[in-house]
Design a protein around this ligand. Structure first.
Ligand code: AMP
Length: 215
């Protein structure tokens, strides 16, 4: 499968992507995870991206496209991919279209995960993330806590609240989403690729995507 997962921060794109990767070997590509890894490793990319991310702003399109041009040509993408958090602007979507055209790859769909704002705010303020950049497992203090308080079940590293998940940064990220990313819903509708799905329950999203893939 070759799918774009659209949706506000906290809509569950990463969680849905992780379930879908288990179905047919498609790989999850999260630009947020790649960037956080680069910040932790203090690479040139990480240095450039850090301030934008901390403030809850988008990282410039050219940096993101440099990452994605390389990433989409890696061998593990041959079985398919789930784009989680990319594209996030119309210029990124247009550049992706050109890139996929050059690579001879067709998308199956852009699934827009819809969750009410109240639920998003609730999810983001209670979300915790494994600080290990190669793991980045996601937990929720209320709905899916770690077995041992503050320790990742998968790799044993510390589980933290992300710097961009303070109330102020969350509010700003949601504003950025409405202004810069939500227009992608109309973009993919025009492209004939849009599927909108109520994303309050992960299983429902997975089933809806599977059903659409069969049509
Ligand atoms: P995420 O984990 O997807 O919420 O991303 C965390 C942060 O990384 C965002 O708030 C942005 O600062 C940056 N980021 C991730 N993906 C993109 C993208 N496609 N375009 C621009 N910035 C991005």
């Amino acid at each position: 499968m070759r799918i774009i997962l659209l949706g506000a921060p906290g809509a569950g794109k990463g969680t849905v992507a992780k379930v879908l990767t288990k179905l047919d070997g498609a790989v999850q590509i999260s630009t947020g995870d790649i960037l956080r890894g680069a910040v932790q490793a203090d690479t040139e990319l990480g240095k450039k991206a850090n301030a934008f991310m901390k403030a809850g702003d988008l990282v410039p399109d050219d940096l993101i496209m440099d990452i994605m041009k390389d990433r989409l040509q890696e061998p593990d993408c041959k079985k398919g991919f789930l784009l989680d958090g990319f594209p996030r602007t119309i210029p990124q979507a247009e550049a992706l279209k050109t890139l996929l055209g050059d690579l001879g790859i067709e998308l199956d769909m852009a699934a827009s995960l819809e969750v009410p704002r109240e639920e998003i705010l609730n999810r983001l303020s209670t979300r915790r993330t494994c600080e290990n950049s190669t793991c980045q497992a996601i937990y929720n203090v209320k709905s899916s806590p770690t077995k041992v308080d503050g320790i990742c079940d998968k790799c044993g590293s510390k589980v933290i609240q992300r710097e961009d998940e303070t109330e102020e940064a969350i509010t700003h990220r949601l504003e950025t989403y409405c202004e810069k990313t939500a227009p992608l819903i109309g973009y993919y509708e025009k492209e004939g690729l849009l599927m909108t799905v109520d994303a309050c329950v992960t299983d429902d999203v997975v089933k809806a995507i599977q059903a659409r893939l069969k049509t």
